[in-house]
Design a binder for this molecule. Structure first.
Ligand code: AHR
Length: 615
């Protein structure tokens, strides 16, 4: 491998090259990154007809002790459904309530992770014509073991009343449930029940362990909220930003019909912008282009949709006294968010209405916000686009060998015109299992190709980011989690090798010999702000089954003889995966390299990804 470190051969890579893509898929947000424990907190998931199913809420008691139903008596105008609990039993008389009373429980998203010593904030709305005496509790999944309990007593709740309870856990159970019970005969209405851990990232509602895994990737940007989630099968089930803002109690929630589950939209437009800010990443908002998988808005009818998106931009960027900026300010964020990128639609290029709709959104946004970069869904790598765009979106899901070969996909791409945003790439299908080393190696090769073509590629992100282990809608994913645990797949760890690449300098590196074409390599220089050293990082994927010896010859730079390290991602079997029992089986292993020189031989293990950090 010849590495030319002279200035003449060097090129700065975009500051934005590697980031992340968050989609509400696999319960990534609801029951995942968004720390809300209660699923279906407003009882709305069954629709607006009543009575309806209240899943996953369940009844505590039997037909002779309690009747649970729904009606439309909520005080929240955007979600009228409320829960009606008619307690038939009493604390005396002929029909005595069972121990602890009757009512309802919510198991969360496959169990709530309650931890000893931690505090949980319970908020709910209640109404009754009689005084109430409620028992609220966090319990084991069968209700037998109580982890935290409180009594809520009130003489007059004849109008809807907000109740706040701080629950302190005296036990640990990752499969807990929330109970609301009463032992007093009468009718009680409940609505908008929320339980959050007090301890979320920055108090912003993000589950800390999952947030930390994202932050560790040092993402330059975060694309959100989808994916197909943005489109919906039907337009009515798409993600509409303005239904997801304001007080959480008044968000209608929606059924995401592509991935097949209900979200209460606690993680809404505001929270996504907040997430980007907390990560120190640029937000990239993907909005619906008037196209779902099965429906299209005619371009002659698109103006209200355009107007709505301008409102969403004003919400993010407007002054605190502007119409929509004031809504953001009322949610606690006076300063505008740093929103500079939007994508018009997701994978919509081949729909007949796309171009017409796109142009309407494009010209309105450019007029109001000339600095916003607009991303088209149409591939501009080989053909000049027939519409204006700052970037074009490119998605690739393929087998491992195809992704490996696609490292050179952009070698012949158009060198002028909009740059590429590879917003979704991953090995998909049989080569991945639930996240294999093979997939990660192919993806690493693909990203090395992206570095080398970063004159025409401005951004790249892996997809999907998260999967709740109880709801695999898409395989594979970068981070697998349950209510209490998480691990990174090899594809997650592979991305760690690239987190210093944003804004780094790419050097010319040439493989002189490449037996079986199994190797791919790049060389970058970057400055480590922690130790104030400049590093030369050489990354090499060995996609072959044989060990290889590589001669590295560096010109234009003299190396320090000590302090160099080598980091390897590999395993004994290329189809190996990480798991909850062996979370870091395949993860970067860093060792000292010993003596180094400008001309040296290194060994590359079969099926491995190695980075050499030289000073
Ligand atoms: O990442 C999963 C899905 O793949 C995304 O929702 C969509 O954009 C693509 O088809």
């Amino acid at each position: 491998l010849l590495v030319n470190a002279s200035e003449a051969s060097a090129r700065k890579m975009p500051d934005t090259l590697f980031g992340i893509f968050f989609e509400e898929i696999n319960h990534a947000g609801a029951g995942g990154l968004w720390a809300e424990f209660v699923c279906n907190r407003g009882f709305e998931s069954g629709g607006s007809f009543t009575p309806h199913r209240i899943e996953p809420w369940s009844i505590i008691g039997n037909n002779s002790s309690v009747i649970v139903s729904t009606d439309l008596s909520s005080c929240f105008d955007r979600n009228k459904v409320a829960l009606q609990v008619e307690v038939l039993c009493d604390n005396g008389g002929a029909n005595i309530c069972p121990d602890g009373g009757v009512g309802v429980y919510n198991p969360g998203f496959w169990g709530m992770n309650i931890e000893h010593g931690k505090s949980y904030k319970l908020v709910f709305y209640v109404r009754s014509d009689k005084p109430i005496n409620l028992l609220v509790a966090l319990t084991s999944s069968n209700g037998l073991n109580k982890l935290a309990t409180k009594t809520v007593v009130a003489d007059n709740v004849s109008n809807w009343t907000k109740v706040f309870v701080l629950l302190e856990a005296e036990g640990t159970d990752s499969n807990s449930r929330l109970e609301l019970r009463s032992t007093t005969k009468g009718v009680i209405w409940f609505d908008q029940v929320s339980l959050m851990p007090l301890d979320t990232y920055n108090g912003d509602g993000f589950r800390k362990d999952l947030f930390g895994m994202l932050k560790d990737l040092k993402p330059a940007f975060i694309r959100f909220p989808g994916g197909c989630f943005v489109e919906g099968e039907r337009l009515k089930n798409a993600f509409w930003w303005n239904e997801t803002i304001g007080p959480w109690e008044n968000r209608p929630g929606h059924f995401g019909d592509v991935w097949g589950y209900w979200t209460d939209d606690g993680l809404g437009h505001f929270e996504f912008l907040q997430l980007a800010e907390d990560l120190g990443a640029l937000p990239i908002w993907v909005f619906n282009s008037g196209i779902s998988h099965k429906e299209q808005v005619d371009t002659s009818d698109i103006l209200p949709f355009v107007q709505d998106i301008l409102h969403g931009l004003e919400f993010a960027r407007g002054a605190p006294n502007s119409r929509w900026g004031s809504v953001r300010a009322s949610m606690g964020h006076l300063e505008p968010f740093d929103l500079k990128y939007v994508a018009i639609g997701n994978e919509d290029c081949n729909y007949s209405k796309y171009r017409g709709n796109y142009l309407k959104f494009y010209s309105a946004i450019k007029e109001a916000y000339p600095d916003i970069k607009i991303i088209s869904n149409c591939d501009g790598s080989s053909k000049v686009l027939d519409h204006p765009a700052d970037l074009y979106d490119f998605h690739i899901y393929a087998t491992a060998s195809e992704i490996f070969s696609n490292a050179s996909r952009f070698d012949d791409a158009l060198r002028s015109g909009p740059k590429a945003f590879i917003s979704e790439y991953a090995v998909h299908g049989k080569d991945t299992g639930k996240g294999s080393l093979l997939a990660a190696l192919a993806e690493a090769a693909f990203l090395i190709g992206a570095e080398k073509n970063s004159d025409v590629i401005e951004m790249a992100s892996y997809a999907p980011l998260f999967v709740n282990d109880k709801d695999w809608r898409w395989t594979a994913d970068a981070i697998v989690f349950t209510s209490s645990q998480a691990y990174g797949t090899p594809s997650y760890w592979m991305q760690h090798f690239f987190k210093e690449s944003n804004g780094a300098t790419l050097l010319t590196s040439t493989l002189q010999a490449n037996p079986s074409n199994a190797l791919i390599a790049s060389a970058i220089t970057w400055r480590n702000e922690t130790d104030n050293n400049n590093y030369l990082r050489i990354k090499v994927v060995n996609f072959g089954s044989s060990r290889a010896t590589l001669n590295i010859s560096i010109s234009g730079l003299s190396l320090q003889s000590s302090g160099a390290t080598k980091t390897i991602l590999t395993s004994s079997n290329v189809m190996d995966e990480n798991s909850f029992t062996d979370r870091k089986k395949i993860s970067p292993v860093k060792t000292m390299l010993g003596e180094v020189s400008e001309n040296m031989d290194v060994t590359l293990l079969p099926y491995s990804f190695t980075s050499f950090d030289l000073l």
